[in-house]
Design a binder for this molecule. Sequence first.
Ligand SMILES: Nc1nc2c(ncn2[C@@H]2O[C@H](COP(=O)(O)OP(=O)(O)OP(=O)(O)O)[C@@H](O)[C@H]2O)c(=O)[nH]1
Ligand SMILES: [Zn+2]
Length: 343
Amino acid sequence: MAKRTLNRRQGWRINKIQDERLARAAKREERTLEELEGGDLGVEQHGLVIAHFGVQVEVEAEAPELAGQTYRCYLRANLPALVTGDRVVWRPGNQGLGIIVAQLPRHSELRRPDSRGTLKPVAANVDLIVIVFAPLPEPHANLIDRYIIAAEHAGIKPLLLLNKSDLLDPSGSSRAHNLLNTYHSLGYPLLEVSAYSGDGLEQLQAQLNNRVSVFVGQSGVGKSSLVNRLLPDTDTRVGALSELTGKGTHTTTTARLFHFPSGGQLIDSPGIREFGLGHVSVADVEAGFFEFQEFLGHCRFRNCSHEHEPGCALLEAVAAGKISTQRLASFKHIISGISQEQY
Ligand SMILES: Nc1nc2c(ncn2[C@@H]2O[C@H](COP(=O)(O)OP(=O)(O)OP(=O)(O)O)[C@@H](O)[C@H]2O)c(=O)[nH]1
Ligand SMILES: [Zn+2]
């Protein structure tokens, strides 16, 4: 069937129907909130947002007497948008419902552009970004740097994780290995694991204890396989959330927080797994190449391209073995991808 464009009147009618629907939903929200406020509310206490559904959030109680119990919470007016990982002040009500009273300050934020290109927080209070690589698909140096810059930019520690160690050449000289060792020698923590054989998973679990982590990395490196090993008996797939509402299927693509059985927490969603460089400035990129700091700005020419110029401080640093060729190539590549107007 040919695609039909809506005429103005039809478009207006659809908007009107949608507006009416939204208004009715807002009314329902308001009534439930009023009922809750008028009911028998428990004392104000701290809680952790473990998922969110439209305007409501699922909160896990932190108080010992309610520990581990979850409540579907309504937000009082004038509260900012909450995301998974937020810590809040809330009051429990009846029937697993509650009210959010305040948001506690975040110590970190993961942000992604929304459909309009505006950066929006998708997870709060993340401590560790586990960047997963594998011998196959083969990592690009560039991609490793991009992830590191993004982590540094968010102020969150990165952990480089080389998965599929069962596929590595026992001599330890695979390309992925060599590539990642460059970063290890710069001081970034590196672990080798196999979701397949289970090798290294205990060391990985030790890194995840007492922290909130996210797993990121390109498709096919084994993020799902790793998460499934670390969270047995948990279905982390999107859509596995339907039973939570008790009101039919309520699928969501927003992030959800899981507890590892042996400690630590994971925030996961398809959107978070694709976390990338996003929108950063030249200064952000420079900050991500921390071993460049003492050389940046010391080239003879202000507009040095660090390709061939005499007196190039970066090329001299490479020649002196203070910067790796791989990192300089990556640096130039990433900077060249940032549009001029950000200079
Ligand atoms: N040999 C080997 N294969 C693995 C290992 N971990 C995962 N795989 C395989 O790699 C493929 C991709 O694994 P996934 O877990 O789906 O990878 P992913 O990163 O979640 O991929 P996306 O869902 O596309 O983001 C699958 O065929 C896995 O069986 C491992 O440790 N060793
Ligand atoms: Zn230079």
